[in-house]
Design a protein around this ligand. Sequence first.
Ligand code: GLY
Ligand code: MN
Ligand code: MN
Length: 442
Amino acid sequence: MAIQDLANAYPQHIAELQRHSTLALERGGCDHLVVPSGTLHYQVFDDRDYPYAVNPQFKAWAPLTRAPGSWLVFTPGQKPRLIYLQPFDYWHVVPEAPAGYWVDQFDIVIIRKPDEALQHLPGNPARCAILGEPQSALGDFVPDNPAAVVNYLEYHRAFKTPYEILMMREATRVGVRAHRAAEVAFRAGKSEFDIHMAYCSAARQDANELPYHNIVALNEHGAVLHYTELDTVAPAEIRSFLIDAGGSFGGYASDITRTYAFDRDSEFQSLIAAVDAAQLAMCAEVRAGFDYRQLHLGAHLKLAGVLKDFGIIDLSPEAALETGVSNAFFPHGIGHGIGLQVHDVAGFAASDAGGVIPRPEGQPFLRTTRTLEAGMVMTIEPGIYFIDMLLDEVRKGAHARSVNWDRVAQFRPYGGVRIEDDVVCTDADPINLTRDEFAATA
Ligand code: GLY
Ligand code: MN
Ligand code: MN
């Protein structure tokens, strides 16, 4: 993508943000939106700082992910103001002066010390909606996060502007490039640690910059949903590889999972192919008007169908869902909104004024219950796992005989399968950012 595409799309993004912020302020009865970028946090009894994480409400405005101590001020009808901290500091690299396609949209003030921001913030803090964490307080500017303002902004953040879709395509490009390098390292017999390093190297991003901790799981480790241990020695026998890892771009994330069998003729490879086909059918359901809760329940039915086809369970898909047996093999939600945050906000929001859409009964891990609408970007990430802890519960329960335990024992050494793509809901067919990029670079 040319930087010119971003430059062309950005003014509309900022206009949209101003429109939403104006309405959000009206809801909250406030005159100004004030958003600190955040500050560095230090480890207890130490002078070592934690990796800096920018306030998402701040990076929504500009692709600034390393600018602690800065502030965004928006007053309806006025150009947004960026108060940008460029400290006098010879110990660290000072953030570069603002530059690029986005700067023209702001009235930019450079400050050299954090306190100087006070001179450029609105006169009356009581008239401000201040969105941020408590540590960002400066003088009387103490984050208060008014619910009416936050609810409004977060609800609408689900709908991505064309600029944001371009940013997410770039984040996907980073992730897919690195996924390819990881597969090569896996096929070369590398350890989890070395695969992780190959991933970071290809992404040109380290663990702090990536959008979440890489999950790099060989063999049985694939059964730990958030396995982040990274063994430094490769196992004696390499059977399978589950990698859940993304990329970052200007504050936006991608979230991608692939699963591989070392032996491409193995039955595990066939299981991967079956989950892949089911996943594609689920991606096709990312359509305006489709209830995401229904998509999740439908995923259970499709995955239970795969389990039945492979002789792992002996139940109809409907019965597998009803009895909870499918929960033991697929114990997480079908996905979540993604954008500025990997697990994007407002997944349960009933409206932009608040309220919660509950999860379906018996489905405690679903992260989104909203009905899909054009502009939303959702992950679709079904999985089938062989998790001792959960399967032991089934074995002890009333439905033990509906599971073929010999088949479970055969698949258990492979851990599990998960396939995850990031999919844009449109008014027509969905756009699969992840598959598009894999196809474009095949
Ligand atoms: N990578 C975390 C998730 O898939 O939700
Ligand atoms: Mn993931
Ligand atoms: Mn995900």
